[in-house]
Each structure stands twice: as C-alpha cells, then as structure tokens.
Design a protein around this ligand. Structure first.
Ligand code: ATP
Ligand code: MG
Length: 478
C-alpha cells in the first residue's frame, strides 16, 4: 500500500521518458528530415539556376567549350558535397556529367526522360528512371537560349546524404531529451523528499495511533501542507490521549464515589441482619443508610446534569428574566437551612428589576449550587452576601461568605469533577464534588466567566457575569 504512490510516480516518470523517446523517434525525426530535404532542394535549385544562367548559357551561346564547362561543374560538384551536376537535352541525352568527362562519341540517354516529372515543383525524388541504384533528390533548372529551352541543369544528391545530415540534427534532439529526462530527476528527488518521506512518516504514525500507541512521537519538519498535516495529526493524537486519560480518571472517580456509600449501606444492613446492631438502634443506622442513598441520588443526578450539558453542548433556552427576582427566590428556598445555622442572607441588588438574557433554569441552578456551598462552608451566626452590579452590557453576581475559605493551592481544582478540598471533607459528607463543575459548564455555555476569590479562615467569594437583556441596554441609552 505504502509503496504504490512511489511506484506510480516512478511509472509516470518512465512513461514520460518512453513517450518522449517515441516522439523524437517518429515526429521529430520526420520533421527534421522534411526540413532538411526542403532546405537542400532549395539550396540546390538556386545553384542549378545559377549554373543554367551562367556556365550552361555560355555553352549554348557558344561562348565557351564543353570541356571548360565540364571542369567548372566538376569543381562546383566538389563544393556541393559531391552532388552530381548534369546537363541534359530535352530528349534525355546526357551532355555533361560532373562526375566524369563524357566521350562525345558515346551517347548516354536517360530512357524515358521527362522534365515534367517534377509536377509543378522544381525537384523530384526517386532513382531517376532507373539510372541510380539508390533514391536521389534531383533538382531541375531549364537553360533557355533564343527563347527556347535548350537543356536542363539537373543536380542529383543521394537521399542517404540528406538523411545523414538530418540524423545529425536528430542526435541533438536525442541529447536534449536525455538532458531533460535527467533534469526531471530533480522532480523525482523533490517528490521523494517533500511528499513521499513525510507521507511515510505520517502513515507509520497513523498506524501506531490506530494500534493504540498514542504516545508515539514523530516530526515532519516542513512548513507546508505536509508539516501542517503532521502537526494536526500529532495534536489529534495528543487530544485523544488526554481524553482517554480524563475518561479513566472520571470512571475511577465515579466508581470510588459510588463504592463508598454502597459499602457503608451494605455494612449497616448486614450488621442489622446478623444482629450486630440491636433493633432499638435501627432508627439511628437506618437514618445513616437513608443519608447515603440520598448522596447516591445526588451523585447520579449531578452526573446526569453534567452529561446532558456536555452532550447537548451549547443548547441553551435563553430568555429575558429578572435576575434579582431569581436571586430572591433562591435565597428564600434556603430559609430553613439558614435558620438552623442562624445564618443571614444579605441581598445587595441593583435597581428593582434587572433583566438579563440567559437560560433561567440553569442560572437558578448556578445560584443554588453557590449558595448551597456558601451555607455549607459557613460558620454559625454568619452573614452571606449576594450582590448584583452592572457594568456596561453585563451584570455581575457575587455570592460571598465568611466561612472556612479555600486554600490557595485548591482554588484552581474546585472546578474539577469530584474535587472536594480536604477541609470540606469532614464538614460535608454528602457532597459529591460535582456542584462547581456543573456551575462552570453552565457559565461556559453562556460564553461568560466565573471567578473565585478566597482566603482560608476569612471567607470565599464567587463572581460570575451574565449578559444584560437587550431591552435594558436600550433603556439606558435613552
Ligand atoms: P456538592 O456540590 O455536590 O454538594 P461539593 O459542594 O463538595 O459537593 P462543589 O460544589 O463542587 O462540591 O465544591 C467543591 C469543593 O470546593 C468543596 O468540596 C469545597 O471543598 C470547596 N468549596 C466550594 N465552595 C466553597 C465555599 N464557599 N467555601 C469553602 N470551600 C468551598
Ligand atoms: Mg456544592
């Protein structure tokens, strides 16, 4: 699986080379030959015309001898790469051949000679009516004297010579192709370095993570998409590992918190059954058992609330309501408990009505939990102060007690699930340690903040913010 990408790229690279070679061997080869043939024909034609108008014309004007012209043409032939220069009568009789001096008694006639073979062009390719053993390029130029075509200058050049020349050009093309092919190796190297190797590392890491080894570390040191992908993957693995850790801790806490009340319930019930606890003491121990079951119910409810908050995320039923009224109601519901401990609740509220925009039931739960804690951790005969203040578009609610306080090192942890500071353990056996984590989740869901200020032995203050209702803001502007 891992190799296929590299293999595919290698195949693509080889295909590029093979197709390049085929292209050069066919198209480019044909084009080069065509080009050379045309260029040669043009070249030879201008030579032939020149000869027809000068030396050959002189011959027909009887200004020079046959032998002189032969010598001149023989010299020219050498200059033209050994091309054969002929002068032929319209009837096909060879008058001069630059290759050898023709004996005037000997009559060489090209059988079937027909100058119209060029068909509108000025050259033809073939074996010249069987005269040559191989194909030649023959260029025709008429010699005119006295307004008549007296003869033709014909220059022959073997096609093989032209091919040889074309092949030399073609070799340059092959060389260029090879250079290109080797240069494109750079792309292969880049691909290996920038894509293949990082991708392999990422794949190995993914396999490690998939098999559960979340601690596997790897690095891709590039600042491109590959680097980003690797960083995201390793971040994701870290997050999963952290969640797994949290999950384990959570389950451990839950089991621990469920186990202790269950153990004590079981202990008391067994003691009653086997007679260790006499019937007259039942009431006392049944009360303890009842307390423990209450604690279990509270724990279950707390867990359910937290679970719902997490699962449903930010689903809030926001409405505009009067926070002062909610505070008054919540305080009133604690009247009995306060009376038992002779604790007074002092309300310092803003104007009569302070409309806020939030989920009323959830804010009520926040206030309930904070007030419950304040009362739980306050001494007898003390005062708890609930205060609302408005600042710009927000209302700040503070719940302040003068109770036992929270040690500095514990202040950060009180928001964690199941956390109970050592000081509170003795005082509150029923506490689950979930109250403040529920509070935090609710406030977070509103996009707001909650803070804790506390000094051991002096007291604790929790302050949270909620947004004012829009209508309140507008009222202020007017
Ligand atoms: P539950 O809320 O389920 O009854 P709990 O009150 O113990 O349990 P939290 O409300 O989450 O749990 O509080 C966590 C811990 O923070 C408490 O156990 C206590 O140690 C500390 N704490 C919270 N509020 C106060 C306070 N007002 N004064 C002193 N300590 C506090
Ligand atoms: Mg609490």
């Amino acid at each position: 699986m891992k190799r296929t990408l590299y293999l595919k790229f290698l195949i693509a690279y080889l295909l590029f080379g093979i197709f390049g070679f085929i292209m050069v061997a066919t198209f480019v080869s044909n084009m080069t030959f065509e080009h050379c043939r045309r260029a040669k024909a043009e070249n030879l034609y201008s030579e032939a015309t020149l000869i027809a108008n000068t030396y050959a014309a002189d011959l027909y004007n009887s200004e020079t001898s046959l032998e002189t012209v032969y010598r001149q043409l023989a010299a020219l032939s050498k200059y033209m790469n050994g091309a054969d220069v002929w002068i032929v009568n319209p009837s096909g009789r060879l008058v001069i051949d630059s290759a050898h001096m023709i004996d005037q008694n000997e009559e060489i006639i090209v059988d079937g000679f027909d100058p119209t073979i060029t068909a509108g062009s000025y050259y033809t390719i073939g074996n010249f009516w069987g005269y040559f053993p191989e194909d030649v390029l023959s260029v025709f130029a008429p010699i005119t004297a006295n307004y008549k075509v007296q003869a033709y200058v014909i220059i022959h050049m073997p096609v093989s010579t032209i091919k040889k020349e074309a092949d030399e050009y073609l070799n340059i093309s092959y060389l260029m192709l090879l250079v290109m092919f080797l240069l494109s190796l750079i792309i292969l190297i880049f691909f290996t370095e920038l894509v293949y190797i990082p991708l392999r590392r990422i794949t190995i890491a993914t396999e490690q993570y998939a098999s559960g080894n979340m601690d596997y570390e790897f690095s891709v040191e590039s600042e491109d998409e590959m680097g980003y992908l690797a960083a995201s993957l390793s971040y994701m693995a870290g997050e999963i590992a952290r969640q797994e850790e949290d999950q384990k801790k959570f389950v451990a806490n839950v089991s621990h918190d469920f186990r202790s009340p269950l153990t004590s319930i079981r202990g008391y019930l067994e003691a009653m059954l086997d007679g260790t606890i006499p019937p007259e003491m039942y009431e006392k121990y049944l009360k303890i058992v009842l307390n423990e079951t209450e604690r279990l119910t509270k724990l279950t409810n707390g867990l359910l609330t937290l679970n719902n908050l997490n699962a449903r995320g930010m689903l809030l039923e926001r409405t505009d309501f009067d926070i002062n009224q909610v505070i008054r109601n919540t305080a009133a519901s604690f009247e009995m408990t306060c009376r038992d401990k002779t604790i007074a609740i002092e309300l310092v509220l803003t104007d009569d009505k302070m409309l806020v925009n939030a989920d009323m039931t959830k804010i009520q739960q926040v206030l309930y939990n904070l007030l419950d804690n304040a009362i739980k951790f306050s001494h007898h005969d003390s005062v708890i102060k609930i205060e609302t203040t408005e600042k710009r578009s927000k209302v700040f609610v503070s719940v302040k007690d003068s109770g036992i306080g929270i040690p500095k090192e514990d202040q950060k942890m009180v928001w964690e699930r199941f956390y109970k500071s050592d000081a509170s353990r003795g005082k509150d056996k029923k506490g689950t340690g979930l109250g403040l984590s529920i509070v935090k989740e609710i406030i977070k869901a509103h996009g707001e903040n909650i803070n804790c200020i506390s000094t051991v032995g002096v007291g604790t203050e929790f302050i949270f913010s909620i947004p004012k209702a829009k209508s309140m803001d507008q009222g202020e502007e007017i």
